[in-house]
Design a binder for this molecule. Sequence first.
Ligand code: NAX
Length: 342
Amino acid sequence: MAYAPTTVTITGAGGQIGYALLFRIAAGGMLGQGRPVRLKLLEIPQGMRAAEGAALELQDGAFPLLAGVEVSDDPRTAFDGCNIALLVGARPRGPGMERADLLAANAGIFGPQGAAINAVAADDVRVVVVGNPANTNALIAAASAPDVPADRFEALTRLDHNRALGQLAAVLEVPVSAIRDVTIWGNHSATQFPDVAHATVSDPSTGSRIGVVDALAERLGGREAAERWLDETFIPRVAGRGAEIIEVRGSSSVASAAHAAISHVRDSVLGTTEGWTSAALVSRGEYGVPEGLVSSYPVTSTGDGYRIVEGLELDARSRARVDASVAELVAERDAVRALGVA
Ligand code: NAX
């Protein structure tokens, strides 16, 4: 069956993550082979030359699936007919900038972008926010798009999810594919809760699955040692990995972030395979998260968008960690509400 091209809008397309995204999307890495894609690149005037340069290189790639590339600094042009929007461009925290200033600066970006999506995007538009603070930026965009169902707005926590898988695979000395059902709860920030309570790992010799906590206990010398490693090493390392990358690399995560964004969309539109992944979705009250917040959850998809995995038990310590991250999301929401947004 021949598909009509899918229109994908990427904001901040002249930036680092944009550059790492564009060529993989054009090559079919996000929507799958056989699905042509039309790329629309949104930048601010200062970023236009970089985006235009990327567009020239896309042309030079002669990608068979690439049905067209447009570059614009006007949100209404860039979101016109958009089926999938990746909102990457955001205002970074500058020197001396308080959190409230950062939220206000980003409200000035994600509010108008949400309004443009509301006005001109395709009826089936889906929006994934990458630019930080991603969860609250998604909330702002959703609030500015009253005609688009709120559940079409999501934020990226797949990078955190993948970071958690990477850490577990290293300590258990198994391939990442052996591990499933890790969850990132809450905000894409230092308060996030990477949770392995329901995660399992397959035994390569027998193929049977055991709990990750049991596997860690076996490897690290008992349950107490496993819990200590989770609390003192794993959780802070996953939550602080962005800072670690900046420290080692001298610049923030780019390729891993682009890969996570592509995997997020791919699993949403093509379906998750084994177990669940993590994504920040608009809460309808699941797991006690106040309705309307964009919070990370365990999610699955059968190819028609993510659904939250419900019914998991959270013990008291896990509950407290989820609550702490959700409290931060509430504070961010209240701060943007005070600005008259959301
Ligand atoms: P860059 O500074 O390289 O690129 C950002 C681009 O966005 C720039 O070219 C800028 O001109 C453009 N831009 C700014 N305002 C815009 C607007 N209103 N409309 C369109 N374009 C606009 O940053 P990069 O490394 O690409 O990171 C982009 C964002 O991703 C940052 O906010 C960063 O914090 C966030 N991240 C989110 C991650 C996640 O897991 N959710 C992980 C990686 C990354 O830290």
